[in-house]
Write a protein that binds this ligand. Structure first.
Ligand SMILES: [Ca+2]
Length: 276
């Protein structure tokens, strides 16, 4: 039995809001718009109005997309900086099987690059040794990954695209999920089982769901699935957001799970941050 599939760990302290850094935001946006050839503008303003209401800082109206050859594009959402956290671009959803697959196929990666990795146990277990993921799960979040596996993808994706692709820090992940006002859930403070895949009886999914299945669970900027579906590794090696099976407490956005970073559980995956 994997510990994080059935027990809770401790919470992080609630962060207090800090003054905003509009100048830093503008500088960062200008850099990203010009420096990264693999990130191209994408016309999508569907979440602009709600985001503008939530933040006083200026923000872009055209989310960007990271293109990795052979993979569905990774849509990026701008998250305004706050306090000591600079603005950043976060993947709209968890990384999917289809988006992870080119990495495995190009590098023959088997999860053993890190000395403490244990590829024979859990790494991509549901691929059954094949270089391709299960065909019925291409749009589900890729899982059976420990934090070293997630970082290895980021290193490869950075080399492939010319951008810096990395895991979000805890501070970034939490800012994206909670906003400067410190929301309890990505969408607000009230629990709503229709807004995420959390393991509650009526969420509609027995296991993981295709990414983006809960549009009403979006943050004001439009980031999806920060609550539930699969746990997400952060740069510090923590897990955030809760899984599809543990109910509302673990999907609270302040919840931090400190798990063995070498475990590649069937509910452990990630999303990326992209820098120019
Ligand atoms: Ca998630």
């Amino acid at each position: 039995m994997h510990a994080l599939t059935c027990r809770r760990t401790h919470h992080t302290p609630h962060r207090s809001p800090h003054p905003k850094h509009a100048r830093t935001l503008l500088v960062s946006l200008a850099l990203l718009a010009t420096a990264c050839s693999a990130v191209v503008p994408r016309a999508d303003t569907s979440h602009t109005a709600t985001a503008a209401n939530a933040y006083a800082n200026p923000r872009p109206t055209t989310p960007h997309t990271l293109h990795i050859p052979g993979a569905p594009p990774i849509e990026l959402i701008h998250v305004p900086g706050h306090g000591t956290t600079n603005p950043f671009w976060l993947a709209r959803t968890e990384l999917t099987y289809a988006q992870f697959a080119p990495f495995v196929q190009a590098t023959h990666y088997d999860g053993s690059d890190h000395p403490s990795s244990r590829p024979s146990e859990d790494f991509l277990q549901d691929w059954n040794g094949n270089p391709t993921p299960p065909p019925d799960r291409l749009d589900h979040p890729v899982c059976y990954l420990n934090v070293h596996h997630a970082r290895a993808f980021c290193v490869w994706a950075s080399r492939t695209t010319g951008c810096t692709v990395r895991l979000p820090t805890d501070a970034e992940w939490e800012l994206a999920a909670r906003g400067p006002e410190g929301r309890t859930f990505p969408w607000g403070d009230e629990w709503d089982l229709q807004r995420c895949n959390s393991g509650t009886p009526d969420d509609g999914f027995a296991g993981s769901a295709p990414v983006g299945s809960f549009p009403r669970g979006a943050t004001p900027e439009g980031v999806l699935d920060l609550a539930g579906n699969i746990w997400e590794w952060t740069a510090e090696g923590h897990l955030r957001g809760g899984p599809w099976c543990m109910g509302p407490d673990t999907v609270k956005s302040a919840f931090v799970a400190r798990e063995d970073t070498e475990r590649a559980d069937d509910k452990f995956g990630f999303r990326v941050v992209v820098e120019p």
